[in-house]
Design a protein around this ligand. Structure first.
Ligand SMILES: [Fe+2]
Length: 254
């Protein structure tokens, strides 16, 4: 079984298209998406269309997708923090470009998924089994990473959210973070996704990094007067988390 693991497109369809071109060359048997389809980037409708075109086995709900479950309209949201105000600006931008049906589709993603293939079992989350926003860094202790699974039988855990790709073995299981397609924060500004293969007890995972036209997605953000376009440009050019000044009180999260 060959699985393509995609996550955190964040409205960057230029990066998403480049990943899909690379993905087709890898001939996966199935595709899964780990959340945060839109928000922070300029092309939400294009990302919806690209994801639907891949016919993924599952799309799990991220903390940014959760806004579409929580709020029907921007007027439903009264932010109390600078981070909330930033996210509301992007919610307004996104609701202007997505149909109600598309917003409900995003808000309806399941919060977790158990993938079973014969005796093989994988757990899929955006951030963790009990939170859509918990931050589990690549350098977490084995015990911390072990909290990312619920079931003893699980061989593979897939999650997103942190925008840092990594693969680690912990207590006989493989933990994979596929990184972010649209907004990597690990100082490598190429789009990130993973290919995972298993057959019987043999399991391997590779992180793939794909170059794309960064100038083009920035131009689209400017042309569409996307809010916080300066921060977006900094993020996609340097692959850093640029929202710290706006969100210092709330902490860093993808
Ligand atoms: Fe994210």
């Amino acid at each position: 079984m060959r699985l393509a693991v995609l996550s955190d497109t964040h409205g960057n369809a230029v990066a998403f298209e480049a990943v899909i071109r690379d993905l087709h060359k890898q001939s996966p048997d199935a595709v899964v998406f780990l959340g945060d389809l839109v928000m922070r980037g300029p092309q939400p409708a294009e990302c919806v269309e690209l994801l639907q075109g891949l016919n993924p086995l599952v799309s799990v709900r991220g903390n940014h997708d959760q806004y579409f479950a929580r709020y029907q309209n921007p007027s439903d949201w009264q932010p109390k923090t600078a981070k909330g105000e930033l996210n509301l600006r992007h919610f307004i931008y996104n609701t202007g470009l997505l149909s109600k049906e598309e917003r409900n589709w995003i808000g309806g993603f399941p919060t977790e998924f158990l993938l079973q293939d014969g005796a093989f079992q994988a757990e899929l989350y955006h951030a963790s089994p009990d939170s859509l926003a918990k931050v589990s860094w690549p350098w977490s202790t084995p015990d911390e990473l072990d909290e990312l699974r619920k079931h003893e039988k699980t061989r593979l855990v897939l999650y997103g959210h942190i925008h840092h790709a990594f693969v680690r073995s912990v207590y006989g299981r493989v933990i994979v973070n596929s990184g972010s397609i649209g907004l990597p924060f690990d100082r490598d500004n190429r789009a990130s996704y993973c290919i995972v293969d298993w057959e019987g007890d043999n399991l391997s995972a590779q992180v793939r990094r794909v170059s794309y036209d960064i100038d083009r997605v920035i131009r689209i953000a400017r042309d569409r007067a996307m809010p916080d376009a300066d921060l977006f440009e900094l993020a996609v050019r340097q692959a850093v988390f640029p929202y710290a000044m706006q969100t210092a009180a709330a902490g860093v999260s993808g």
